[in-house]
Design a protein around this ligand. Structure first.
Ligand code: AMP
Ligand code: FE
Ligand code: FE
Ligand code: ZN
Length: 284
């Protein structure tokens, strides 16, 4: 395996990244990555295009996804690698989540429209058919309408979960999520588990339960994890024998996160590949 950087968490316009899967893979190639995972929210729709785009670039694409789950009031994201995209459980559950996200986005827009000039069509114009809709698409519409200067400003105000317009959406529990990924031959890793205070509601006992059901690792090296959160994560990784990953969570121009700003060790990637039975890396 090459010693070029490994970045296992990126988004395309299939969810809330701003680049097509082709553009995303080209950006990874330009950034000098050896391996990248495409991990759109609740969707595998970008895999084939990413594989095709990787051909001849020397970039290995790990097919993946960032699964939404709900743990009480907290939204907990689980990275899933190398699962079977045709698994019936994966197909039905991700369709249900995407549908819930769509209806939730409509509700948020309805509420915002009472106070700002914004329509549902404005939001649809910021996405494509089948896109996993999220607040970033509403943010883009708010930017285009001139209500906020950029995505992050929208998240700090109108789209903040305490901003008065927030709505939740259906998602399975983290335990159901881990079980579903493992059942599809995939490898689950908790995404940015210490990103907000609220994520600390994931105490050691729930993580033990996830480990008992096949949780593989923790995304420790991620810009959203707090410093004391990382200390906690390293401690529980040791306690439960969990692997440690690091990634950028690149969203194109949708976020300041740059490719390879955090990376995963080659031996950890090898163990992810060895564990998976649902699909295989695509060597470009
Ligand atoms: P949602 O899944 O619809 O609740 O929206 C959350 C998504 O918005 C996450 O996946 C992030 O990628 C994105 N996001 C969160 N905070 C920000 C921010 N400050 N700027 C841009 N995107 C953000
Ligand atoms: Fe996102
Ligand atoms: Fe996430
Ligand atoms: Zn992400």
């Amino acid at each position: 395996m090459s010693d070029r950087p490994i970045d296992l968490h990126t988004h395309s316009a299939v969810s809330d990244g701003t680049e097509t899967p082709t553009q995303l893979v080209r950006a990874a190639s330009t950034a000098g990555l050896g391996t990248m995972a495409i991990t759109d929210h609740d969707s595998t729709a970008g895999w084939q295009e990413a594989f095709a785009a990787a051909s001849g670039t020397g970039v290995t694409v790990i097919p993946g996804m960032e699964l939404s789950t709900n743990f009480g009031a907290a939204s907990v994201h689980i990275l899933a690698y190398l699962f079977d995209p045709l698994d019936a459980g994966i197909i039905s559950e991700t369709a249900r989540i995407r549908d819930g996200r769509l209806r939730r986005a409509e509700k948020i827009v309805q509420k915002i429209a009472a106070d700002y000039d914004l329509t549902w069509d404005d939001v649809l114009a910021e996405s494509q058919d089948g896109t996993t809709l999220g607040r970033p698409h509403i943010a883009d519409a708010l930017v285009r309408k001139g209500h906020v200067p950029h995505r992050s400003a929208a998240f700090e105000s109108i789209l903040h979960w305490q901003g008065g317009y927030y709505e939740k959406y259906y998602a399975p529990s983290p335990l159901e999520g881990v079980r579903m990924i493992v059942a599809a031959g995939g490898v689950p890793v908790l995404a940015h588990p210490a990103s907000h205070g609220k994520y600390r509601s994931m105490d050691d006992s729930i993580i033990r339960e996830l480990v008992d059901n096949g949780l593989f690792g923790l995304e420790v090296h991620h810009r959203d994890n707090t410093d004391d959160g990382k200390v906690w994560l390293l401690k529980i990784a040791k306690k439960f024998g969990l692997e440690i990953t690091g990634s950028s969570d690149y969203h194109g121009e949708g976020k300041p996160n740059r490719l390879a700003e955090n990376t995963t060790a080659p031996e950890v990637l090898e163990r992810i590949i060895a564990r998976a039975t649902g699909s295989t890396p695509h060597r470009g």
